[in-house]
Every structure is written in structure tokens, then in C-alpha cells.
Design a protein around this ligand. Sequence first.
Ligand SMILES: Nc1nc2c(c(=O)[nH]1)N[C@H]1C(S)=C(S)[C@@H](COP(=O)(O)O)O[C@H]1N2
Ligand SMILES: [Mo]
Length: 320
Amino acid sequence: MLIKKPTEIASSEITDKRMYFNRRQFIESALGVASAAAVLPGLLLPGAAQAGTRLAGVRPGSTKAPFGTDEERTTYEDVTRYNNFYEFGVEKEDPALMSKNFRTKPWTVTVEGEVNKPAVYQLEDFIKPHTLEERIYRLRCVEAWSMVIPWVGIPLADIVKRFEPTSKAKYVEFTTLHDPAQMPGQRRAVLKWPYVEGLRIDEAMHPLAMLAVGLYGETLPNQNGAPLRLVVPWKYGFKNIKSIVKIRFLEKQPTTAWMAAGPSEYGFYANVNPEVNHPRWSQARERRIGEFLKRKTLMFNGYANQVGHMYAAMDLNKYF
Ligand SMILES: Nc1nc2c(c(=O)[nH]1)N[C@H]1C(S)=C(S)[C@@H](COP(=O)(O)O)O[C@H]1N2
Ligand SMILES: [Mo]
């Protein structure tokens, strides 16, 4: 009997997600097992989405652009079961399954480099001076799917100002936790670990950029980047680095994990741009997770009026 492993099931990128999960459930029940989840102790089945803890004192979100949208929100179920988080596996359902026991307490955030106030913080102290806000943003993955997610977090500009960057600080670099014991994906050289991302300082100061600590009013589920992740809605999903332990201010542009993995495919800027295709596929359209027909991808993911000026003098074919 030929047993299909989840990795051999038709790609979840091109198969409608509901069909994909139904198919997986069908295969699991046909086999009488629940694939990896059955043999690895302590893991949840896809049926049991991991919930967060309710966040208090959140300034409520708006449905008005640019800090909100009246587009239908992607369901909590889809937001928390269809993820990219290679530290927990490369399949879309892996992060929800494999991050269940990930420890996010205690958690420290190191701020260093070109700042007057470098520091190592416990996460609670890092967050404490700020008011949490809800913002409903589109997330557009480079793989041509998208979601609408009500994030809870802090404007990144507020955090940048608090640490007082020096005049040499031209870029901000973010680093994910490196802990192969907890993050099984890091035991394989899929990417150069730890995952690193970066922004130009003016991008980091842009009012749309935020550091998220929650979604749907609750703390971030592990698979979504608990306890702290970046959200830059005008850029492809991979800029939205998860489980951040370090923020470093730099004079020179950092090399990000994806630039190192494929410099001809992933640039530093990674602005959503329907006119510049990925070398292997078109970026003109996208599938909103939960919908059937594809929609047109908008310049800067629909945030062109807000962010376009930062790139006005740049050739976006070169600085992709
Ligand atoms: N550390 C880390 N951050 C990451 C990734 C990753 O693999 N590792 N994947 C990125 C990609 S490709 C996307 S599309 C988004 C997905 O975020 P979500 O799963 O919360 O929707 O996370 C980004 N952040
Ligand atoms: Mo992505």
C-alpha cells in the first residue's frame, strides 16, 4: 500500500486550503492514524487550534484604512493553522503542530548597536511603557496567498524612539530565537539560522510598522510568532519575522535570511509589487485564504498612498 506523507499531498499553496485539510483528515482516517501527530507525543491534532490568553488594555481597532480595513477577516482557524514558520517545519500545517510546547516565558529582548540606550529586557518590561493597539492589516505572502488579520501590538516607531538611535543608525535588524532543541526545523539547513530580517530606519519609523504581541485580542499563538513578531503590511510576509529576541541598529544594510538563501529571488526590500514577478512565478494575483477566486495584488499591498514616497526615487526592478 502506498502511504502518502503530508509532504506529498498536492501543495497547499495551489490547493484550496479547506480541501487540503479535508483531504488530510480523509487520509488520516483512512490510515487509522493521525500522521506525525500520532507518533510524536504531546502534539495537537490539526483539529485543536491553540488559543492564546486574552490581552488587557488594548486600544480597539478600526475598520478604517490604513490602520484597519472593512474586508472580511480571515478566520482564527485559518490564521492559526496555515502558517509559514520554518523553525517548526516547512509545511503549512507544521508550525501549529510542532510549536505546541515552545516556551515563550521567560523571554528576553536584546536591544543593541547604534543606540544610546542598549539594554536587555524581560519581555514584560519591554512592552510595559506602551499601549497595545489593534490593527487589522492584510498580510500578503510571497507565495501569492493573503490573509486579513487583526493584530495587537505596538507601533514600531515608539520602540525605536525609546532606545534613541544614533545618527549612524540607518538600518534595524531583527533576529529570531536560535534554539534547535525547541525548534526542530533549525536542525536542518533549510535556511541559515537564526532567521534574520531588517528594515531601513525610515521604514521602521513608518506609522504602519508594528511589533505584534497578539491577534484576535489574545496573545500570539506560538505558530504565529509568539511572543513578539514584526508586522510590516506593505511587504511580503517573510519580512514579518517571528519570535524576536534581538533588535540591532546598524549603519550598513544587514543580510537577511532570505537574501542569503536566494539573492536573485528575495531582495532586502521585498515590497509587495504586482509588477515585479518572482523569477519562478507571477506576483500579479493572490488567493485570499478562505476564498476561491484569485484577486489582483495591489501595489505595496494596498498601502501605496502611505508608503510610496519612501521608494519614489528607487528602481523597484533593481531594489526588489
Ligand atoms: N522566524 C521566522 N519568521 C517568519 C517565517 C519563518 O519561517 N521564520 N516565515 C515568514 C513568512 S514566509 C510568512 S508568510 C509569515 C507568516 O506569518 P503567519 O504564519 O503568522 O501568518 O511569517 C514570516 N515570519
Ligand atoms: Mo511568506
